[in-house]
Write a protein that binds this ligand. Structure first.
Ligand code: SF4
Ligand code: SF4
Length: 180
């Protein structure tokens, strides 16, 4: 068995009953991640998006999770206030079967980075009705798990490079790293 290590797990809890669909979270997320930082506001680049159905008062914020190499088999339906939603509507993955959580120009996947460098995620800070709450918890992990995470990241990068081309991937990384 490997040695134990502490790891901070960061999550955002979502209270859909509080969300009023204002989209401030999308605005600040896209501004923070613009290159240079705060130079533009384009919610299409946001790593959080609000599934909105204003006539029925349905607003569901979803923040971007892992990149999925292939689309999944799950196609459950959700019913909210009598309206059916596809399972995909609320999925956090950037996946080949839909356009959500992809950079509009390059098509590269977007993932929430919890606003790296900030004390608190900015979408949480800007949500004035507390629909979003930031939570941190400490978990003990095996060092082997950390190695697996790294391996998964490498596999993820490899599949991104083969799907989008290494040059496009490198361009995008270079552009994002210039954001400060
Ligand atoms: S900022 Fe809060 S209330 Fe506004 S859309 Fe986002 S989660 Fe909903
Ligand atoms: S935590 Fe930051 S990166 Fe993640 S969705 Fe919120 S604003 Fe965007």
């Amino acid at each position: 068995m490997g040695d134990k290590k502490k790891k901070i797990i960061k999550t955002i809890n979502i209270d859909v009953n509080q969300c009023n669909g204002c989209r401030a979270c999308e605005v600040i997320c896209s501004c923070f991640h613009a290159a240079p930082k705060y130079s533009s506001n384009n919610p299409a680049r946001s790593r959080i998006r609000v599934v909105r159905d204003p006539l029925r008062d349905v607003y569901v914020p979803v923040y971007a999770g892992e990149y999925a190499v292939a689309e999944c088999a799950g196609r459950d339906k959700y019913t909210i206030d009598g309206k059916e939603y596809d399972e995909c509507s609320f999925c956090r993955a950037s996946c080949p079967s839909r356009d959500e959580f992809k950079e509009p120009d390059s098509g590269l996947p977007l993932k929430c980075d919890m606003c790296e460098g900030e004390e608190e995620p900015l979408c949480v800070k800007w949500c004035l009705v507390d629909a979003l709450t930031y939570k941190e918890r400490e978990e003990e992990i095996e060092e082997d798990d950390e190695k697996e995470d790294r391996e998964e990241l490498e596999i993820g990068l490899e599949s991104l490079a083969s799907k989008y081309g290494l040059e496009k991937l490198m361009d995008s990384v270079a552009r994002l790293s210039k954001k400060d």
